[in-house]
Design a protein around this ligand. Structure first.
Ligand SMILES: [Zn+2]
Length: 266
């Protein structure tokens, strides 16, 4: 995006100014403005962190804030909603970056929640277009497995895509979900490439795919105690209907170590 804008500006400069004014309104140089705001933000963070700070501004739809330390330098990547935030938020950012302060984290969560109107909305199809989906594999064709399960258990109604790919880290992992993940935003099921091996039986891969398909059916919700419930009782019950449920569970118990140790080149 930034590159495209730069290109446009360069083109305008090289053309006769009069012609441009007639043909298209001149944009208010968003890149220059962004640079200024970014510098201001770097300075505000630097004084609080007492260390050099490099800020990168993005338009992500999920991860609003990430940071890394390179020797003395803090590299902070932030959503543009942070560009003009108050001193309270900047202080929370500094506290969170420096020490993972929990109350700062809660302040930032609330800030992001209040500003979620600034987060770009994308349809699942738009998100999928930006991904490289690789369902074929060398041993287990996820596309075929998905289609068969969809017909057999869901009357073909699961509108999701599937691919091999690293599963994102799950905060409260359960042995079986480390092997796969489901994104409700993009409607993409990701299966860990470690499963694409001849030693992994087809029914085990099918079970993992089935489990992720159930995440499409049963969305995560907050339970009565306010905690997020990833696998509600009806999910657990539904999962037992999988034809090879006990066999797949038994296989996992016996082979999980092997799987976790598998070197994955993909
Ligand atoms: Zn799960």
């Amino acid at each position: 995006m930034a590159r495209a804008n730069k290109k446009n500006l360069a083109k305008k400069r090289s053309s006769p100014a009069g012609r441009i004014a007639r043909e298209q309104p001149i944009a208010p140089e968003p890149n220059r403005l962004l640079k200024v705001w970014r510098r201001v933000l770097e300075r505000r963070l630097r004084t609080r962190l007492r260390a050099p700070v490099a800020v990168e501004i993005h338009d992500n739809t999920h991860t609003m804030l990430t940071f890394q330390r390179h020797r003395a330098l803090w590299r902070v990547r932030l959503h543009h909603m942070f560009l003009t935030s108050s001193d309270e938020i900047i202080q929370a950012l500094a506290d969170y970056v420096r020490a993972g302060d929990p109350s700062a984290s809660a302040t930032l969560d609330r800030f992001i929640e209040r500003n979620k109107a600034f987060i770009r909305r994308m349809s699942p199809a738009q998100m999928r277009k930006r991904m490289r989906l690789e369902p074929a594999g060398q041993h287990h064709d996820l596309g075929r497995i998905f289609e068969r399960l969809n017909e057999r258990y869901f009357r073909g109604r699961i509108d999701a895509a599937i691919t091999y790919g690293p599963a994102p880290r799950v905060t409260r992992p359960r042995k079986s979900i480390k092997m796969g993940s489901y994104s409700a935003d993009s409607r993409v099921i990701r299966i860990h490439p470690a499963l694409d091996q001849p030693m992994v039986p087809r029914y085990f891969v099918e079970w993992i795919v089935f489990h992720e398909m159930l995440h499409h059916v049963y969305r995560t919700r907050r339970g009565e105690d306010g905690r997020r419930c990833i696998h509600p009782p009806e999910f657990i019950e539904h999962e037992r209907r999988f034809h090879d449920f006990s066999r797949a569970q038994a296989w996992e118990l016996e082979n999980l170590d092997l799987l976790l140790r598998a070197r994955v080149s993909a």
